[in-house]
Design a protein around this ligand. Sequence first.
Ligand SMILES: Nc1nc2c(ncn2[C@@H]2O[C@H](COP(=O)(O)OP(=O)(O)OP(=O)(O)O)[C@@H](O)[C@H]2O)c(=O)[nH]1
Ligand SMILES: [Mg+2]
Length: 203
Amino acid sequence: MSGKSLLLKVILLGDGGVGKSSLMNRYVTDRFDSQSFHTIGVEFLNRDLEVDGRLVTLQIWDTAGQERFKSLRTPFYRGADCCLLTFAVDDLQSFHNLGCWKKEFMYYSDVRDPERFPFVVLGNKVDKASEREVGEDEARAWCQENGACPYFETSAKDDTNVGAAFEAAVREVLAGEDQLDHALLSSAIDLHGNRKAPRSSCC
Ligand SMILES: Nc1nc2c(ncn2[C@@H]2O[C@H](COP(=O)(O)OP(=O)(O)OP(=O)(O)O)[C@@H](O)[C@H]2O)c(=O)[nH]1
Ligand SMILES: [Mg+2]
């Protein structure tokens, strides 16, 4: 296990009321408040964890989902390592809006490699089974069509899959970094210290 902790920034996006603050609070403080207030702007909390032998400090940024707070949340998208797109399974509109959230994130985050940026999708409030408006298959199909991102059915209320979802976000980031390290290593230098032939160039 490496002793140095890696700081990762993950950001929760999704419609107002889907449970972003509740998911963050459940994960970091293990509490659930059935009377929570709408978030204004952004808030963040840290939690240390260990994933596959790596020490990680997860910095979770919780944003305000209501449209009127758009200008307060978008400046915080830059520097995110992973984006958790959240909807509530009892709210079809919040599921239909996932694509808008993804676009908004891409526009304001200015990520270096949009094709490879890691997203994780959370279908929250699965404890409200009788009020479901979005099926698990439908949600998984959306994820498949949108970069094959991991999908978790969560309940901040019952603490279902909350830890698993945040850990998956960390794994997605670490997997991307490993790929990048591998690509950089193999393109720059081989194990015996020989430089690979430079790519032909016109200048
Ligand atoms: N039944 C149930 N209710 C939940 C769950 N998660 C959140 N809630 C409730 O849904 C309401 C909204 O939750 P929030 O966490 O404030 O939602 P939000 O996404 O942060 O909303 P904004 O801050 O406006 O963007 C609150 O009354 C929560 O108690 C859940 O998993 N199950
Ligand atoms: Mg909130």
